[in-house]
Design a protein around this ligand. Structure first.
Ligand code: NAD
Length: 533
């Protein structure tokens, strides 16, 4: 890819073809989809594989955000009246279109993020699975259901779920499709309008998917995308929406959550991690080594649930560490729009600088590099080798801070107890991984980890399932995506109850004292009536 880009450097930007499928005119058409009325300026989008300008999008303003939210609100009223089956049909058509057009979106994701194609493919798979899952389950989760009333028999109650109205989504650059559009799917299925603010570095994937959703039958304007800077558009978005879904760093998440609290809107915060992987004494190293490789290098380590700390039992430490270092050194890195590579580039100069600073600081303070440890400018401006460090101590930045690169530190431990203590000694609690041949003991140990997800004999993807909640303990976040919680959060719960025969008050033929006595007896008896909870 890098070669062909260099060969084309002489061409006029407007005619550039980035791949067989993605050209400058296509990117310009996607940019025109942004809900930005009269752009005063453009934001340049870089292609991390080469450092060249991929294209540009209009820079949205607070007024654009307000207008996109108003448009989504208008379209939402009709959308909310449609049946679950009608909404599901749109999302299932989107599912099919996404799979059929995967090659084009894979190119776009790779070009704007610099990730390897296999990691871009994870985004397509995940987004399609979200569409299928919520198309099939939204009715079951959200249809009105009978609930026990205040006074069973006398009170009949129902729980209803109404769409919130307009949901705002602020998404990061690392999974430009999944964390923007994937998180919009349950919001749409629940009957909401959605306005997405993608990261300024990666707007094209969401713009492309919005076009595909419209092709699948989503009403125009129901899903708006405003391209621009988070610091400028975050506050106006929060002011105009009824719920906020934020994915990004803990530092930004804390600011955004405070703004949402000020606006008295509910929010879900999916934030950072410093995720541990535990290799117990009885682990199968044949499985644990490739598992750890995946955990450390997926998406070049720019994955919130990727592995950055590895705790290994003394009995297997030397063998595991040697094999892991060798496997990391053997990975194929490169910038091609094919499935040939195991790992791609980092996303930006800023991300490379952070990774280099963390590793440089650790090495300067005495850490040992077991694999990698260097940038690879020969492959592209932001490539960095998969890196394993030993001898990392508390005064080194990367010991506790999220690096967000293909870098892990390995620690020798003498017991599972020690590993649990070290794994939990973190401000974060997003994901963890445990390797053992004893699945039952593994589950017991997993339940003691302060982590929103724990994968046994897998690094991160076993728990990334549409049906199970995903999110963080501690400073890794608030709220959950996926499963029932992942769609209920996009609704307002409403209780409707009908009172029959008697009011919940003293009836005219009893005194207050007699009423209290009757009720006390009734309450005592109710404890023994089957079916009354
Ligand atoms: P970031 O916090 O810098 O940016 C995330 C989004 O917030 C971007 O769209 C950005 O434009 C916007 N933003 C920035 N400042 C803002 C402000 N003041 N108000 C409103 N919005 C603002 O994070 P990033 O560097 O893009 O993403 C990497 C981080 O995201 C890592 O910490 C990673 O762990 C985390 N992450 C978490 C999950 C998860 O599910 N828990 C998933 C992916 C990434």
């Amino acid at each position: 890819m890098a070669t062909s880009v260099r060969e084309e450097q002489g061409e006029a930007a407007a005619e550039r073809r980035w791949s067989a499928r993605v050209s400058a005119p296509l990117l310009a058409r996607l940019a025109a989809r942004a809900a930005v009325a009269a752009p005063a300026s453009e934001l340049l989008v870089e292609a991390p594989f080469s450092g060249e300008t991929l294209g540009s999008v209009p820079k949205g303003t607070p007024a654009d955000v307000a207008a996109a939210c108003a448009t989504a609100r208008d379209a939402q009223a009709d959308w909310a009246r449609r049946s679950f089956a009608e909404r599901a049909a749109v999302l299932l058509r989107f599912h099919d279109l996404l799979i059929d057009n995967a090659a084009e979106i894979l190119d776009i994701i790779q070009l704007e993020t610099g990730k390897a194609r296999k990691h871009a493919f994870d985004e397509v798979l995940d987004t399609a699975i979200q569409a299928r899952y919520y198309a099939h389950t939204a009715a079951e989760f959200l249809r009105p259901r009978r609930r026990q009333g205040a006074l069973p028999i006398l009170t009949k109650a129902w729980e209803h779920h109404h769409p919130r109205g307009v949901v705002g989504i602020i998404a990061p650059w690392n999974y430009a499709l999944t964390l923007a559009v994937g998180d919009a799917i349950p919001a749409l299925m629940a009957g909401n309008g959605v306005v997405i603010k993608p990261d300024a570095q990666t707007p094209f994937a969401a713009l492309w998917a919005a076009g595909l959703l419209e092709e699948a039958g989503l009403p125009r304007g129901l899903l708006g995308i405003v391209s621009g800077r988070g610091a400028e558009l975050g506050a106006p978005l929060i002011e105009a929406v009824d719920y906020l879904m934020f994915t990004g760093s803990t530092a930004t998440g804390a600011k955004v959550a405070a703004q949402a609290a000020g606006a008295l809107i509910d929010c879900s915060m999916e934030l950072g991690g410093k995720n541990p992987l535990l290799v117990l004494e009885d682990a199968s190293l044949r499985r644990a080594v490739p598992g750890a490789v995946r955990g450390v290098t997926s998406n070049s380590g720019q994955l919130c649930i990727s592995i950055e700390r590895i705790y290994v039992h003394d009995a297997v430490y030397d063998e595991f560490t040697g094999r892991l270092a060798e496997a990391l050194r053997g990975l194929r890195l490169g910038a091609s729009l094919t499935f040939a590579e195991d790992m791609g580039s980092l996303v930006s100069a800023e991300q490379l600088a952070k990774v280099e600073a963390h590793v440089g600081d650790a090495v300067a303070k005495g850490a040992e590099v077991l694999a990698g440890g260097k940038a690879r400018p020969d492959l592209g401006p932001y490539f960095y080798e998969p890196t394993l460090l030993a001898g990392v101590t508390g005064e080194m930045e990367l010991c506790r801070a999220e690096t967000f690169g293909p870098v892990a530190s390995v620690y020798r431990c003498s017991s599972a107890e020690e590993m649990v203590g070290l794994a939990n000694d973190s401000r974060y609690g997003l994901n963890a991984s445990v390797w053992t041949r004893d699945a039952r003991a593994g589950r017991e140990l997993a339940a003691r980890l302060q982590s929103g997800t724990v994968n046994i004999n897998e690094a991160y993807s076993a728990t990334w399932a549409s049906a199970s909640p995903m999110g963080g303990f501690k400073e890794s976040g608030l709220g959950r995506r996926h499963g029932r919680q992942g769609i209920e959060k996009y609704t307002e719960a409403q209780t409707i109850a009908v009172e029959r025969l008697l009011a919940i008050d003293t009836p005219p033929f009893l005194s207050n004292g007699q009423y209290a006595a009757v009720m006390s007896t009734a309450i005592k008896l109710m404890r023994y009536v089957p079916g009354i909870k």
